[in-house]
Design a protein around this ligand. Sequence first.
Ligand code: SF4
Ligand code: MG
Length: 311
Amino acid sequence: MTTVSLTVRDYKTDVHNNWCPGCGDFGILSAIQMALASLQIPPHKTAVFSGIGCSGKTPHYVNAYGFHTLHGRVLPTATGAKLADPDLTVLAVGGDGDGYGIGAGYFVNAGRRNVDITYVVFDNGVYGLTKGQGSPTLRKGMRTKSMPAPAIQDGINPIALAVGCGYTFIARGYALDPKHLSGLLAEAIKHPGSSFVDVLQTCPTYNDQYTKEWYSTGPEGHSRVYRLEEIGYDGVVQDPSDEGEIIARKTRAVAKSYEWGDRIPVGVFYQVEAPTYEDGMAAVNPRLGSTPVVDLDVEHRDVTPLLEALR
Ligand code: SF4
Ligand code: MG
């Protein structure tokens, strides 16, 4: 039998890409395709779902199953797909406005469920598709070019929020370092549980504050963005049965996530092995656990007893 090796090209489509020139989205798209190729996950075993926003176009550009969902609704859609077909590698993508604003409730609850999906947020501090209004991650005092005045609300901290929600893999990447980001995404996809990757993404059209130059040049001339592994930071829980270690690593991850400005860390902040939602479902309903919904014979099923029971 001949083994065909998949390359990045196999995950590309010929759909015309209409992101603005220089948009950080391109780096994230490349990183997703590189991660899938590195893991050799066939396109027909992959599904990419998106919310609304510039990033929402991502499924159009990835050769896989895909669905461009409603504003803020990407996580319940991705969750449903994964529960129906556990063999699928499921990616959910969306912007910071989509995920932390409109979809905030879903963001919280997807974390605590620990469904085996990967959520990638294109975090540019603005609602790019609707002309650059400040998003939930824009910091107090920042004023992008389409705002009449500086932001008077503080921005949220997605990493700290994810820790509180219960995500079991939590990382931050940088769109203009797609090679490093692809490694993070590959780890996130391999992780059995809810993986979350917040990606700092430049929007050259509307965000003139968090620019490529700003990220790459700090006050002393060095890059603001640095990798957690460079300082020996390790966010992986070694003993998942040790509640004390879990709390200590979560606390450290939250503290580290507040480092911002002159130095901005990227990498894995926190990771722990924990039972998934799928494990829980299989425990309470062994039939569902052994037979994926997509394989259930629903056409020849007599639902009369169920309807009678509900009378
Ligand atoms: Fe990218 Fe910003 Fe253009 Fe949207 S508006 S495609 S985020 S540069
Ligand atoms: Mg945005």
